[in-house]
Write a protein that binds this ligand. Structure first.
Ligand SMILES: [Zn+2]
Length: 402
């Protein structure tokens, strides 16, 4: 089921506010730009319209399925590198397929974990993150692409994901060909969508003709198919020779100019979803350091930690009126996700997904990584140390974390 939701441009208003959280002078870094650029996850979806004429990018969603490894080998034998938007829950059933896809030169991309409607999902961040955990080791060059299930996407979801530190991804990647099954007067198809073909019990040849007609008409584009269907694999084996015969060339989705540009903008400003150490301006006495499994960029001193910081948060700070708005803020994004996963905020505070932090009235709390907890506990041992108090680290909160 692929409803074609058209993107309605609308100016997203940043809801992030730099609320005072106490005594710490926080680092909000120097932003290289105060303008709000489209980067990372963007409101408008990405298409293949910049591809050279006669070039198609084959993309496969919802898998892996029972024949994905076979399809992977077939495409490699044909000299074609394709893009597979992996559904995490499917990958759990065919763990070997991911390795095969990577070995054959295909791009593994993210299609959520449970295939929800992202605009109404209760937890879009976890949807992306769980599948990221499965595919990230196979993604080289940092080419992280996301495609929203059903193409269901808006600027609000993009902002939630960016704020949660998932800025290493670009998307959502839409499609140009394969979105609709349309019949002509004579009953043949002028365009096709594989899943719809199979539910209408079209033959592989009929469905292929729909795809070919749409491809000839547009002359290029990102092609949508679903490798969980056996008939789709059969169709690809007819489609590839036909496309070649008609002179078409093949590209991976990350070679489409719109996506190349999005990836370039992203890598200008962030690395692994986090702001680069060079961009992180720490207070005197703090050193910019990467910590933890995520390699989050933090400002660390002997006893205190601040951050981690993402580009999106920094931009938000700048938009709120420059450095002063950020002075008293302690942004702890990745840690919020970690804490949120445990369902824990300080007593009286609730988790705010947009801020990716625990909020109580005008106060924003942490959240805190295990490293930060360790630092704080160490300083608590020294009863004269005010460190944890001033950082909004209550003993009760630490007890909850532990
Ligand atoms: Zn899908």
């Amino acid at each position: 089921m692929i409803p074609l939701k058209k993107f309605v441009p609308r100016k997203s208003s940043l809801v992030l506010s730099c609320l005072s959280v106490g005594l710490l002078v926080a680092a909000c870094g120097k932003s290289s730009s105060t303008s709000s650029q489209v980067q990372d996850f963007s409101g408008p979806q990405l298409y293949g319209n910049g591809l050279a004429d006669g070039t198609v990018a084959l993309t496969f969603d919802d898998g892996p399925g029972p024949r994905t490894a076979e399809l992977s080998r077939y495409l490699k034998a044909q000299g074609i590198r394709a893009t597979f938007f992996i559904q995490g829950s499917s990958a759990a059933r065919y763990p070997d397929a991911l390795e095969q896809l990577a070995a054959d030169g295909h791009l593994l991309a993210n299609h959520s974990y449970t295939h929800p409607h992202m605009t109404s999902s209760a937890d879009p961040v976890t949807e992306v993150r769980r599948t990221d955990d499965l595919i990230k080791k196979y993604v080289s060059d940092g080419h992280f692409l996301f495609r929203a299930p059903y193409g269901d996407w808006n600027a609000r979801v993009a902002q939630i994901l960016n704020s949660a530190g998932l800025t290493k991804y670009v998307g959502s990647v839409f499609w140009d060909i394969g979105g609709d099954r349309v019949t002509r007067g004579d009953g043949s198809l002028s365009s096709a969508a594989d899943w719809a073909c199979w539910s209408y019990q079209d033959s592989v040849e009929q469905c292929l003709e729909g795809y070919m007609r749409e491809t000839r008409e547009l002359g290029k584009g990102i092609v949508l198919m679903h490798d969980i269907h056996s008939s789709t694999v059969d169709m690809v084996k007819l489609m590839v020779p036909q496309l070649k015969k008609e002179g078409f060339k093949f590209a991976r989705a990350d070679e489409a100019p719109s996506i190349v540009a999005a990836l370039a903008r992203r890598s200008d400003s962030s690395k692994d979803g986090m702001i680069s150490l060079e961009q992180l301006s720490c207070p005197v006495g703090f050193v910019a350091t990467r910590v933890g499994q995520d390699g989050a960029a933090l400002c660390l001193s002997e006893t205190e930690a601040q951050g981690p910081f993402t580009q999106a948060m920094q931009d938000a700070c700048m938009e709120k009126g420059g450095g002063d708005a950020c002075k008293n803020s302690r942004w702890s994004r990745g840690l919020a996700v970690w804490l949120h996963g445990k369902g824990r905020c300080p007593i009286g505070a609730t988790f705010d997904a947009d801020l990716a932090a625990c909020v109580e009235g005008n106060n924003v709390f942490g959240p805190f990584s295990k490293e930060q907890v360790k630092h704080c506990k160490a300083s608590l041992a020294d009863t004269s140390s005010p460190v944890c108090e001033s950082n909004r680290w209550g003993k009760g909160f630490l007890a909850q974390v532990n």
